[in-house]
Write a new protein. Structure first.
Length: 115
């Protein structure tokens, strides 16, 4: 299983970024996909999930209305569109999948929100 994130960077408060996670090594369309983040000195937290069936989405309260998770099964890719970014969104963002009951993570992509 490989999960490869991209799209992070430095952005000013109020700006936008779109993260991508390319997955391989498992049947992508059959599994829920999630985005987590970890800020310096804090625990990793679940940011958003999109289900395999129906494409239902869930978000942590702090990003509701600003972030949108989506997936394109034909491309084995999950996305995280982040709008109205705040300094508190600064973190390393990780893609996550759990095929066969095992947790898999990408290497992470840094998002820094600063003026």
């Amino acid at each position: 299983v490989h999960l490869v994130e991209s799209g992070g960077g430095l952005v000013q408060p109020g700006g936008s970024l779109k993260l991508s996670c390319a997955a391989s090594g498992f049947t992508f369309s059959a599994y829920d996909m999630s985005w987590y983040r970890q800020a310096p000195g804090k625990e990793r937290e679940l940011v958003a999930t999109i289900t395999a069936v129906g494409g239902y989405t869930n978000y942590v309260d702090s990003v509701k209305g600003r972030f949108t998770v989506s997936r394109v099964n034909a491309k084995n890719t999950v996305y995280l569109q982040m709008n109205s970014l705040k300094p508190d969104d600064t973190a390393v963002y990780y893609c996550h999948a759990r095929p066969w009951g095992h947790d898999y993570w990408g290497q992470g992509t840094q998002v820094t929100v600063s003026s």
